[in-house]
Design a protein around this ligand. Sequence first.
Ligand code: HEC
Ligand code: HEC
Ligand code: HEC
Ligand code: HEC
Ligand code: HEC
Ligand code: HEC
Ligand code: HEC
Ligand code: HEC
Length: 418
Amino acid sequence: MRRPLHPLRLSCSILFALVLAGCVGPEGPTGEIGPDGVRGPAGMDGQNGEDGTDGSDGQDGTDGQDGQDLTIPDFVGSDVCGACHEEQYNKQIRSGHAFAMLATGGAAPAPSAQFQGDYPSAPPVGLAWSDVSYVIGGWGWKVQFVDTDGYLFTSGAVGPFVAAQYNIEDGSWVDWQAGTAPGTLATDCATCHATAWSIDGNQGGLPGLVGTWTEQGVRCEECHGAGGTHVEFPLQVRMRIERDAEACGGCHSQGPEARIPASDGFGHNAQQWNEMANSKHRALDCVDCHDPHSSALYSDQDWNPGQGIISECASCHFREAANMDSVAMDGFACTECHMPPVTRSALGAGVVGDVATHLFAINTDPDAPQFFTEGGQEFMSPFLTLDYACRRCHSATGFAFEKTDGELQATADGFHSQ
Ligand code: HEC
Ligand code: HEC
Ligand code: HEC
Ligand code: HEC
Ligand code: HEC
Ligand code: HEC
Ligand code: HEC
Ligand code: HEC
């Protein structure tokens, strides 16, 4: 289902090893400069190949402040962490978190050897890359674009009906926020798409960018806190570690957790916490199954060395794994039935969206509704219906034989009981 691997990615991971080896040396000496929050903007320049040197310049300029705030750690940026935590760094830079937001520097976003996303070869029709200050996304599903004043491009921003969203899987361009006038949609996305977001000011002075941040994308210090003193005294000063699902849920949720928002027959994206909180897996943490530093997408080892799913379902559910009430489907991955793509980020048709759900439970009653309306709003039921668990395959458009409700229910009832 995922797109084929781009050839650039293979060469980039090799380059990456070289680049990293080259980076580690020079950063050692500047380690003491850690306590310096103002360096966030400089960090972003760093991710554009040519601007990298600017980033280090920024660090030099702040030396003078060292003596003052040893007790209040400043943000140092993930490259500094990477000098000592190479393993976590190497995995994290190839995950969606690192791609959540990226300054273009006025050129096509092929940010560096480490950062090869799936960006379109050209910006939306009528625009040049110099008209685009940031891209948002570019790892998993789609890309959106920010203008040079910091506002999001909407459909119709340039000329009539220009599509403002790029879909990665099929390379299509589609409308996004078509009803919104050009140059008016503020980019309030960095609360979830950047590191250490603060409500004060506008990043880089661009009026459309809401708030400021220390580093683009979701990087080390978003989850572990400012590292300024840790990098100086790693053994004395420990970093914050939050394993709770709620910590991930701060960004991976939509509205109150009691309800799971939906529209047009699909769940919303970015709501893994709402879904999981309405299943029996509420008892688990996201990091029981996920390596927080690695991508959950793509099985290619070079592109995704971390292989972010760290627990087999069967390691907890060994009885169900041993009892599958179908010879034909015995070898199927648990996720085929229990985590179908019921939610949508970029693409969706019929019962097939493009984000794996975290609901897990299957309701075998053929009349159970997958979606319901309450107070004029659409929501998902806290379980999967047979339509979504089975008919992605068992339908006229799927690759398995079409089945009646009765046939599906007969197999689904007590599926794992002997
Ligand atoms: C100069 C090397 C160095 C740098 C730079 C560095 N660390 Fe560490 N870090 C260490 C060492 C050594 C340990 C092990 C400490 C221990 O086991 O008690 C550690 C431990 C950690 C831990 C685990 C703490 C625990 O309680 O288990 C985290 C998380 C961490 N570092 C995050 C970071 C982040 C984020 C950055 C960048 C802001 C960073 N580190 C920068 C050397 C470094
Ligand atoms: C999305 C949040 C998140 C981000 C971003 C993140 N970490 Fe972590 N990190 C965690 C969590 C949660 C744990 C605890 C994992 C566990 O115990 O299973 C952890 C654990 C660690 C540890 C302890 C050893 C280990 O691997 O469990 C180190 C060291 C560390 N992180 C460094 C980093 C560095 C360096 C970066 C940036 C390259 C980073 N982290 C980015 C959430 C994050
Ligand atoms: C509440 C946190 C949150 C906010 C606010 C938010 N996002 Fe996201 N976004 C996410 C999460 C989490 C994902 C990935 C998980 C998913 O889609 O289910 C994501 C995914 C995306 C992706 C796809 C990324 C990729 O690599 O394909 C794009 C593009 C995106 N968001 C754009 C935006 C834009 C534009 C805004 C502001 C208008 C925004 N987001 C605001 C949390 C958020
Ligand atoms: C600061 C907000 C934020 C926090 C906290 C956060 N995420 Fe994310 N996460 C995002 C955004 C934004 C995206 C989409 C980025 C993209 O794909 O471009 C995302 C994407 C993902 C993805 C899909 C992309 C991939 O490479 O697999 C996974 C899996 C994920 N997050 C897991 C976690 C886990 C586990 C935690 C907690 C340890 C966590 N996230 C905490 C914002 C956050
Ligand atoms: C770390 C252990 C663990 C892992 C790994 C795990 N589960 Fe579970 N699962 C649980 C627990 C605990 C429950 C709740 C059991 C109960 O209350 O009877 C549960 C419940 C369930 C349920 C019933 C859900 C409901 O809401 O009624 C399903 C279905 C399920 N798991 C499927 C999966 C699948 C599929 C995977 C792999 C993607 C998986 N589990 C991975 C521990 C785990
Ligand atoms: C029981 C194990 C389990 C737990 C707990 C879990 N996940 Fe996942 N997650 C998975 C698996 C397995 C996949 C890959 C599914 C696939 O693509 O087939 C995944 C995929 C994802 C994705 C990418 C969606 C996609 O289309 O592949 C995101 C984002 C994500 N998880 C976030 C989270 C967050 C946030 C939490 C906690 C609120 C969480 N997960 C808890 C097992 C789990
Ligand atoms: C990933 C695709 C896929 C999913 C999801 C799936 N199936 Fe199947 N199923 C197949 C294939 C392939 C066969 C082999 C014969 C065929 O093409 O129908 C099969 C066979 C069957 C059969 C006939 C023979 C047998 O050995 O049981 C039944 C009944 C069945 N599935 C029911 C279900 C039910 C119920 C669900 C949902 C809970 C489901 N399937 C989900 C692909 C799938
Ligand atoms: C062909 C589809 C299919 C596959 C593949 C599948 N399951 Fe299930 N599973 C079901 C159905 C249907 C139910 C609901 C049975 C019922 O309610 O009687 C279920 C129920 C469960 C439950 C809940 C049991 C309970 O007592 O509430 C767990 C846990 C579970 N499955 C785990 C797994 C694991 C682990 C795997 C992979 C080894 C797996 N399933 C593979 C269809 C599937």
